[in-house]
Write a protein that binds this ligand. Structure first.
Ligand SMILES: C[S@@+](CC[C@H](N)C(=O)[O-])C[C@H]1O[C@@H](n2cnc3c(N)ncnc32)[C@H](O)[C@@H]1O
Length: 195
């Protein structure tokens, strides 16, 4: 049973409805590797996960966890900011997951920032397959996170509605600025038969 109060679980649940075996997908913020492992299991042995992370220690620990689970061959670990997606990926992907903010248990000064997040998101929209989704978990409870929320909402609200569907999920009855989830889907093309 899904726990609706856990936004990261809700992001996984949403991804499960789209992802398939053999897919190419992206974890834009690998961190401690929970999302990377989830994606690697979901794409199966014929799929591929591209996992970005700027902190080398986190990247190495995630690589070790993947190896222990025998998932390492399905994952390309990339020690780079996700604002450089285009430098590493040139074909369509079905899922791009962002879990923004800082590494739990790590240095809180090393956090995602709205300008690089937006740059990455623009590239992600281009790389996304038709029908594919981008999930973004963001944390408005800290200063950089509040900034990110403001810019993300403004950017996503203005995405062309004939090309993208954008969903924003918020826990209305929880105090202290809880995390929120945004989901963007590249719409299926449909011909206009209205004449
Ligand atoms: C909330 S954590 C991610 C948690 C992770 N998805 C997991 O499952 O454990 C956010 C991560 O984003 C990383 N980060 C910050 N800026 C980044 C950037 N420009 N590109 C890629 N990762 C970045 C941080 O180092 C941090 O590890």
């Amino acid at each position: 049973m899904i726990s609706l109060g856990k936004i990261t679980e809700l992001a996984h649940h949403t991804v499960c409805s789209i992802i398939g075996e053999g897919d190419r997908v992206v974890d834009a913020t690998a961190g401690n590797g929970h999302d990377t492992i989830f994606l690697a299991e979901a794409v199966g042995p014929s799929g591929q996960v591209y996992a970005f992370e700027i902190q080398k220690d986190a990247l190495l620990k995630t690589a070790e966890r993947l190896k222990q689970k025998n998932l390492d061959k399905r994952v390309t670990m990339i020690h780079s900011g996700h604002e450089r997606l285009f430098n590493y990926i040139s074909y369509p992907v079905s899922i791009i997951m962002y879990n923004l903010g800082y590494l739990p248990g790590g240095d809180r000064q090393i956090t995602t920032k709205y300008d690089t997040t937006l740059e990455s998101l623009k590239q992600a929209l281009t790389l996304l397959k038709v029908g594919g989704i981008i999930t973004i978990v963001f944390y408005p409870g800290h200063e950089q996170g509040a900034d990110e929320k403001k810019h993300l909402l403004s950017f996503c609200r203005n995405l062309n509605a004939s090309e993208y569907a954008v969903l924003h999920k918020v826990l209305l009855n929880q105090g202290n600025n809880p995390p929120e989830l945004m989901v963007v889907q590249k719409k299926l093309f449909c011909s206009d038969l209205s004449g």
